[in-house]
Write a protein that binds this ligand. Structure first.
Ligand code: NAD
Length: 455
């Protein structure tokens, strides 16, 4: 993938033989090598243990037993205790009062001592605001503090997530499977300590889990380079026909992306008033409609607010916030976005934590979160999902331009002690884009290795 170029020379050095020796001697951070997805290897580095006594443990067991590549062992690991675990999944939906939270301690404490590299921890609960009693609501809310703290204790590239499942989700749990497969694999390598909400909608499993986007048409804005180019590649890998859009000046780089993914190039400034109409006309004429739109195009024009000029403010708000909203409005109005489709927006941890010199950018990226919140119920009526990724420090041309000291702080101040790769953002987008994720809407998932910023 084009986004693989890792400019993190420090990581390269401390994971080499002599570098590792020196780093451990003087107590320097030693970022682990994250296990990322490859179709030729098993999704996890070892077996997965499943525990808990809630409404979901049996359906989860069925999903894991039927899916290829998972070696499932139950709560009772008798005879297998020497194995290094690849993952631990705990159904906490049965915890209906705060005193019952000791079940977390009982399940996870022994597990902590036998985890392999890049292990996955997943706690499954019920949306707290939909619980039937105050005691259950308190207990379910408490799971968030447990999972976030667990993420900070884990080592060797291991991650922890919390998945809240709607109390009315069907027992077959089809809406949960795509999320479980994403979390229990290298596709979620840089997603850490996130809270994901799954609704009650039923989903149909794709014919082939390696090509969940077969037959789908996807448009990615800002696809000439960086994160957008890798999103185009990953969506194409998963079977989609990709329309790569970027400003006309991106010319050759845009054509290169389109050629690489065997898709189409569409030169287009997302801020032009007729951008939505142009896309609608293009997809209706050539494909009969669009299934996925990824609003990835984004810019920064940093200045302290005291020195901010109107052009900097307006251009950032225009590209990052006004365009994603207008494109969706225009595509829906033109009936170009098909039912069963997905809108995916790109926010940023700067939209959560704020950033000095980025009042314009922080406003736009927090606005994107507002856009997802506001449009999720509106688009649900059309059978369309909307979610956002909020990347942290991702190794791109944009972050390579940051002065060294600031760059090193951004890179290391997270639980995985390194920056993410563009593919980490792209895999998260692909999970949202899958028709099997149609119960996933209104989510903001950070791809930031549990960055301390905005935590
Ligand atoms: P990038 O600058 O490498 O790529 C952005 C692309 O968007 C470029 O190809 C550019 O030509 C295109 N673009 C800009 N304005 C456009 C317009 N008006 N119309 C069409 N295309 C336009 O940036 P990146 O690092 O790949 O970032 C991609 C997205 O991820 C952005 O929304 C950015 O804010 C967000 N993000 C990046 C990071 C990071 O660490 N790199 C962190 C958080 C969020």
């Amino acid at each position: 993938m084009s986004g693989k170029a890792n400019k993190d020379l420090y990581s390269t050095f401390v994971t080499s033989g002599p570098g590792s020796f020196i780093a451990s001697r003087v107590g320097l951070p030693q970022p682990p090598t994250l296990r990322r997805y490859s179709p030729s290897q098993t999704p996890l580095s070892g077996p997965v243990v499943l525990g808990g006594e809630g409404r979901l443990v049996e359906p989860l067991r069925e999903i894991l037993a039927a899916a290829d590549g998972y070696d499932l062992i139950s709560n009772n690991t008798s005879g297998r205790s020497a194995d290094k675990l690849g993952a631990a999944v705990f159904d906490a939906t049965g915890i209906t009062d705060p005193a019952g939270l000791d079940a977390l301690f009982e399940f996870f404490t022994p597990v902590m001592r036998s985890t392999g590299s890049s292990a996955r921890f997943v706690v499954v609960g019920t949306h707290p605001e939909l619980c039937r009693t105050p005691g259950e609501q308190i207990a379910q809310r408490a799971l968030e503090g447990f999972t976030r703290s667990l993420g900070k204790e884990l080592r060797n590239g291991a991650t922890a997530q919390l998945v809240y499942v709607h109390p009315k989700a069907k027992t077959g749990l089809s809406g949960v499977e795509s999320t479980l497969r994403f979390l229990l694999s290298g596709k979620s390598a840089y997603v850490d300590a996130q809270v994901i909400r799954i609704g009650e909608a039923d989903a149909t499993a794709p014919k082939d889990w390696d090509k969940p986007l077969a037959g789908r048409v996807a448009l990615v804005t800002g696809a000439a380079r960086g994160i957008g180019a890798t999103i185009a590649e990953v969506l194409a890998r998963d079977g989609a026909h990709v329309i790569a859009a970027d400003i006309p000046a991106a010319g050759e780089a845009l054509s290169e992306t389109a050629n690489r993914v065997k898709g189409t190039a569409l030169p287009l400034d997302v801020t032009s008033p007729d951008a939505g109409k142009t896309i609608a006309a293009h997809v209706l004429e050539r494909h009969g409609g669009l299934d996925i739109i990824v609003n990835n195009a984004g810019i920064t024009r940093d200045k302290l607010l005291a020195n901010m000029d109107e052009a900097r403010w307006n251009s950032v708000i225009g590209v990052n916030l006004l365009a994603p909203q207008r494109l969706v409005d225009d595509l829906v109005a033109a009936k170009a976005l098909r039912a069963g489709g997905a809108v995916i927006d790109v926010s940023s941890i700067a939209g959560i934590a704020g950033n000095r010199g980025q009042t314009n950018y922080g406003t736009s990226k927090a606005g994107v979160i507002g856009l997802v919140n506001a449009y999720a119920p509106i688009l649900a009526k059309e059978g369309i999902t909307i979610n956002a990724v909020a990347p942290g420090f991702i190794e791109t041309a944009m972050t390579a331009a940051i002065p060294l000291a600031t760059r090193e702080v951004g890179r290391r101040m997270n639980s995985l002690q390194q920056g993410g790769q563009t593919v980490d953002v792209a895999e998260t987008v692909a999970w949202y884009a899958s028709p099997a994720s149609n119960a996933v809407t209104g989510n903001i998932v950070r791809v930031c290795g549990q960055s301390l910023l905005g935590a």
